[in-house]
Design a binder for this molecule. Structure first.
Ligand SMILES: Cc1cc2nc3c(=O)[nH]c(=O)nc-3n(C[C@H](O)[C@H](O)[C@H](O)COP(=O)(O)OP(=O)(O)OC[C@H]3O[C@@H](n4cnc5c(N)ncnc54)[C@H](O)[C@@H]3O)c2cc1C
Length: 491
C-alpha cells in the first residue's frame, strides 16, 4: 500500500489520514468545505467565534493516541468539573462530577440515599457494559453472525443489558424521575430515544462520568486545527474546496466476475488514482452519489434507507448578556414530560412543544443552545422549517424564561435540520447516521468495508462503531487497520 485518498476532512477523515500517514502511506485528503473539521466547526456571530457543533469532548485517550501521546503539544486541555448542571422544571438543579463520591453526595442531598446508592450501582453496571463492548465492538469491525457463535460471545451478549430499553433499566436504579430523565438524556448523544434504545447505551454516561469531559483552550475547534497540523506534519496533502464527485471503481480481474475495486476519485473533473479510498462523508452519499453505477453500493443504499435515521437538532447560537443564574460550561434545562418529548421526536417526527434545552456557555456571553429535532426523512411528512425555526427559538426562550432567564441576544445564528442536510450531503439532517432505537440497531450500522468493492473503506459517524468525536476516531482506526491489512475484501 503506497497511496490513499481520503474523502472528507471531518474528525474521522483527519484521524484516518494520520493513521495511514503514520504507516508510511502517501495520503491525499479532499474536503468539499472551506476548511477541515466537518461538524466540528465554529461560526462568527456578532464578531465572536462561537462553536457550532460538538461541545462535549470525552475519551481523550483516543486523541492522545493519534498524537502519539503528545496531544498536549498541540492543544491545552483542562478537565471540566463539575461535568454538567441539570435544571429541572420544578426549579431544582443538580450537578454531576467525575468523582463518584462527590456525585453520590450531591444525589443524596438532591433526592435521598436510595438514589445515591442507585447511582453507585448504575456506575458499576455501566462500567461492566463498557468493559464488555469496548474491545469486541467499539475497537473492532462489526461482529459477524459467526462471531456470536462462540460461548464467550454468547456470554458477552448477556452482559450488555441489550434486551431492555435504557429507560426501563433506569427504573431499576433510580426512584426519582428527575434522575431517570437525567441519565436517559445520554441516549441523545447518538441521536436516539431512551424509550426505544437499548440499555447498553449506559456506556455513554459511563465514559463521561468516569473519564471526564475536557475543555480545549480557545475553543473545541482548536482540536480540528491540531489534527490538521498533525496530519500535515506527517505529509498528508489536504485540499479544501474539493468536492469529490465519484469514487472510481474498476473490475478486479479476479475470479469473481462481479468484484470491483476502488481505484481513485473524480474530483474537480479529473481522476486522482490511489491504492485505496477511505470515505469520511456520510455513508449514504458514498453509496448513492459517489457510486451511482456500482450494484453493491446501490444494494446497501436501499438497506440503509429502510432504517430509521438518528435525530437532528435545532441550534440557536446567541451572543447575549450573562444569564441570571450561575451556569457551568455544560447545562441542561429539562422538559416537563420527557416521554412526550421523544414521542414527538421519534414517533410523530415533529419538534417537541416543550423541549429539553442544552446550553453550552462558552463564556458568560457566548451561548450554544441545542434542542433535538427530527431529521428530514419521510416519516413525519415535510416540515416547513421557515415556520418551524422561529417556533423552536420561541420554545427555547420559553424554557429558559421558566428559570428566570430572559434571553435577549445582541446577535444570533441558527442551525436547523435543512442546514445540516445541505452541509452534509445525503444525511437528511441526521447528525449521527442511523438511530440506535432498537436492540439490533448497533449491528445494522454500515460496516467499514463494502462487500463487492475492495480497497474502499468507510470511517465517520454514519458507520460502525458510531458517532461522536471519539467514536469517529475509533472508526478511522478500524478502517485504516483494515486498509493496511492490504487488499481486504478484493475478490
Ligand atoms: C450540533 C452538533 C452537536 C454535536 N455534539 C457533540 C458533542 O458534544 N460531542 C461529540 O463527541 N460529538 C458531538 N456531535 C457529533 C460529532 O460532531 C460528529 O459525530 C463528528 O464530528 C463527525 O465526524 P465525521 O468523521 O463523521 O465527519 P463529519 O464531521 O461528518 O465530516 C465529514 C466531512 O466530509 C466532507 N465531505 C462530504 N462529502 C464530501 C465530498 N464528496 N468530497 C469532499 N468532502 C466531502 C464534509 O464537508 C465534512 O467536512 C455533534 C454534532 C453536531 C452537528
Amino acid at each position: 500500500m503506497k497511496s490513499a485518498i481520503v474523502i472528507g476532512a471531518g474528525v474521522g477523515g483527519l484521524a484516518a489520514s494520520i493513521n495511514m500517514a503514520r504507516a508510511g502511506v502517501k495520503v491525499r485528503l479532499y474536503e468539499r468545505g472551506e476548511t477541515v473539521g466537518g461538524k466540528l466547526r465554529e461560526v462568527d456571530v456578532g464578531g465572536h467565534k462561537v462553536l457550532a457543533g460538538p461541545s462535549v469532548f470525552t475519551m481523550r485517550w483516543v486523541f492522545d493516541e493519534l498524537f502519539d501521546g503528545k496531544l498536549a503539544d498541540y492543544v491545552t486541555l483542562a478537565p471540566v468539573d463539575p461535568l454538567c448542571r441539570h435544571f429541572f422544571p420544578d426549579g431544582s438543579h443538580l450537578d454531576l462530577f467525575t468523582d463518584e463520591a462527590r456525585s453520590s453526595q450531591a444525589i443524596a442531598a438532591f433526592s435521598g440515599q436510595r438514589d445515591a446508592d442507585g447511582y453507585r450501582r448504575y456506575r458499576k453496571h455501566a462500567a461492566k457494559i463498557f468493559d464488555v463492548v469496548r474491545g469486541p465492538f467499539m475497537e473492532n469491525a462489526v461482529p459477524s453472525i459467526f462471531d456470536f457463535m462462540s460461548p464467550r460471545a454468547l456470554w458477552q451478549m448477556t452482559q450488555i443489558d441489550g434486551m431492555r430499553t435504557l429507560w426501563r433499566a433506569l427504573e431499576d436504579f433510580f426512584v426519582d424521575p428527575r434522575l431517570r430523565q437525567l441519565f436517559a438524556r445520554y441516549a441523545t448523544y447518538n441521536g436516539s430515544s431512551p424509550y426505544h434504545a437499548p440499555a447498553t447505551l449506559a456506556v455513554i454516561a459511563h465514559v463521561e462520568n468516569a473519564y471526564g469531559i475536557f475543555a480545549v483552550e480557545g475553543g473545541i475547534v482548536r482540536l480540528a486545527e491540531a489534527l490538521r497540523r498533525r496530519a500535515e506534519e506527517l505529509g498528508v496533502v489536504i485540499t479544501c474546496n474539493a468536492d469529490v464527485e465519484e469514487i472510481v471503481v474498476e473490475p478486479t480481474g479476479g475470479p469473481l466476475a462481479t468484484a470491483l475495486r476502488a481505484r481513485g476519485v473524480r474530483v474537480n473533473g479529473a481522476v486522482d488514482w490511489a491504492d485505496c479510498v477511505i470515505a469520511n462523508c456520510d455513508v449514504a452519499d458514498a453509496f448513492g452519489r459517489l457510486l451511482p453505477a456500482a450494484p453493491p453500493a446501490q444494494k446497501l443504499l436501499r438497506k440503509y434507507e429502510a432504517e430509521e435515521l438518528s435525530l437532528s437538532a435545532y441550534v440557536l447560537i446567541a451572543v447575549a448578556a450573562p444569564a441570571p443564574m450561575a451556569l457551568l460550561h455544560h447545562n441542561v434545562f429539562f422538559s416537563r414530560d420527557y416521554r412526550r418529548e421523544f414521542e414527538e421526536l421519534v414517533v410523530e417526527r415533529r419538534t417537541p412543544d416543550d423541549p429539553t434545552v442544552y446550553v453550552c456557555a462558552e463564556s458568560p456571553e457566548k451561548y450554544f443552545i441545542l434542542t433535538n429535532a427530527p431529521p428530514l426523512d419521510a416519516k413525519g411528512g415535510a416540515i416547513d422549517w421557515s415556520v418551524e425555526s422561529p417556533r423552536c427559538r420561541a420554545r427555547i426562550e420559553e424554557v429558559l424564561a421558566r428559570h428566570g432567564w430572559t434571553l435577549a441576544p445582541t446577535a444570533t445564528h441558527e442551525i436547523a435540520p435543512p442546514d445540516v442536510a445541505a452541509r452534509f450531503p445525503s444525511s437528511k439532517g441526521a447528525i449521527y447516521g442511523l438511530a440506535s432505537n432498537s436492540r439490533m440497531a448497533a449491528f445494522k450500522r454500515p460496516a467499514n468495508t463494502m462487500p463487492g468493492i475492495g480497497a474502499l473503506y468507510f470511517c465517520g459517524g454514519s458507520v460502525h462503531p458510531g458517532a461522536g468525536l471519539p467514536m469517529v476516531c475509533l472508526s478511522a482506526r478500524i478502517a485504516t487497520k483494515m486498509a493496511l491489512q492490504l487488499e481486504h475484501g478484493v475478490g
